[in-house]
Write a protein that binds this ligand. Structure first.
Ligand code: UD1
Ligand code: UDP
Length: 379
């Protein structure tokens, strides 16, 4: 069986490591994988670092598409992926999540009738102004295998007319839908014990003793809107100063750029001169999960980081008004606070007063990659 895996953005590179590992450990000689990197993310700390650290096979192709407007970026990818599919003739195209790289792969492969395997299918925010929502809906509707990570994902697909329990052979018109758990849980379990000893981030940031909140922000709805970006960072400054809470903030390049462009000068200066706030460049995955495991609280608008907060049993403030990961909110472990200072501070206060959250197991057994490969290879 020959798989062609298309990745491009940071979280996809990390997710792909779980599938590559499962191929290496359990399917060698039976399944081969050709990795194609679109180059959507290209900085060393947004891409190469993960290949090294997570032992992902080097991409056979790097399209070096880079940044750009949606149409320009996606179109360049489609052209290149189309040629590679013609050349490589894979049995399946593996796509992750909802980025422009995902959509480009979906368009190129569906027109060539290369069956698409969509990992993280069925997730919905029910907000079509999010570019990711458009990408994931379109991808799901031309996929042959849909692997939703949760029961909610399965139900979202049913609402769009997908039927469950289809019989093989699966096709775009008769897709196979399987809830196999969340592939990100594979990595979070696999690396959690070794992460801290393989990095020196705890020592470098002198985090041994003091509690801190870990913060990530990168959604375009937050970074590209001056009101929202100022409101979020103003509130973070309040948490750091009024509540004297240490904040560790690895900055996505998009956010770093937009802070310079959009934050009020006084706020920008106050943030970067605060002894309570550490801004970092993007960190490696092992550094990130070390930071997550040692944090007392996580504040984020990231999809992946919301789930990792849950895996490591950390309360989470979500800087969005909706989430695809509704189970975490229903469970009382995450609080949807939008970019609203009042909601963020209320959630902060309620989290620091009580720690009675139950973290039910909702994302599978950490063997999602293996389950996917078993299904694809007909086991
Ligand atoms: C993309 C995905 C988003 C995902 C995120 C993960 C889309 C539409 N969005 O958002 O779903 O959550 O990746 O991190 O696909 N940049 C750099 N260096 C890099 C990469 C990006 O400087 O290596 C800067 C550029 O200024 C670029 C901006 O970040 O214009 C945004 O990058 P882009 O890949 O378009 O979107 P993300 O915000 O990263
Ligand atoms: N991550 C990382 N370094 C960072 C920030 C995030 O390794 O500095 C990891 C994080 O642990 C998670 C993934 O990147 O596995 C989430 O990606 P991101 O937040 O960029 O995108 P999203 O999940 O929202 O699509």
């Amino acid at each position: 069986l020959k798989l062609l895996t298309l990745i491009g953005a940071r979280p996809q590179i990390i997710k792909a490591s779980a599938l590559s590992r499962a191929i290496r450990l359990n399917f060698s000689g039976q399944i081969s994988e050709v990795i194609v990197h679109t180059g959507q993310h290209y900085d060393e700390n947004m891409s190469a670092v993960f290949f090294d650290e997570l032992a992902i096979p080097a991409p056979a192709y790097n399209l070096r598409v880079g940044s750009g407007k949606h149409g320009e970026q996606t179109a360049k990818m489609i052209v290149e992926v189309e040629s590679i599919l013609e050349l490589e003739q894979p049995d399946y195209l593996i796509l992750y999540g909802d980025t422009n790289s995902t959509l480009a792969g979906a368009i190129a492969a569906s027109k060539q009738h290369v069956p698409i395997v969509h990992i993280e299918a069925g997730l919905r925010s029910y907000n079509k102004k999010m570019p990711e929502e458009v990408n994931r809906i379109l991808t799901d509707h031309v996929s042959t295998y849909l692997f939703p990570p949760t029961q909610t994902g399965v139900e979202n697909l049913q609402k769009e007319g997908f039927t469950l329990n289809n019989q093989p052979p699966y096709t775009m018109d008769n897709p196979g839908i399987f809830n196999v758990g969340d592939i990100t849980y594979d990595n979070s379990l696999y690396f959690c014990d070794v992460a801290a000893s393989r990095t020196d981030i705890t020592e470098r940031l002198q985090l041994q003793e003091s509690p801190y909140a870990l913060v990530t922000i990168h959604r375009n709805a937050n970074t590209d809107d001056a009101m929202r970006l100022n409101a979020i960072f103003d509130t973070l400054l309040t948490i750091a100063t009024t509540y004297s809470t240490k904040l560790i903030i690895p900055l996505h390049p998009r956010t770093a750029k937009q802070m310079i462009a959009l934050l009020k000068e006084n706020l920008y200066k106050a943030l970067f001169s605060s002894s309570k706030i550490s801004f970092l460049p993007p960190v490696s995955f092992l550094e990130m999960i070390t930071l997550e495991q040692q944090a007392s609280l996580i504040i984020t608008d990231s999809g992946g980081v919301q789930k990792e907060a849950y895996y490591y049993q950390k309360p989470c403030i979500v800087l969005r008004s909706e989430t695809e990961w509704v189970e975490i909110v229903e469970n009382g472990a995450a609080f949807l606070c939008d970019a609203n200072p009042g909601l963020i501070l209320d959630a902060y206060n309620s989290i620091t007063k009580s720690n009675a959250i139950q973290f039910r197991k909702i994302y599978g057994d950490g063997k999602t990659a293996e389950s996917i490969l078993n299904i694809l290879s007909g086991k």
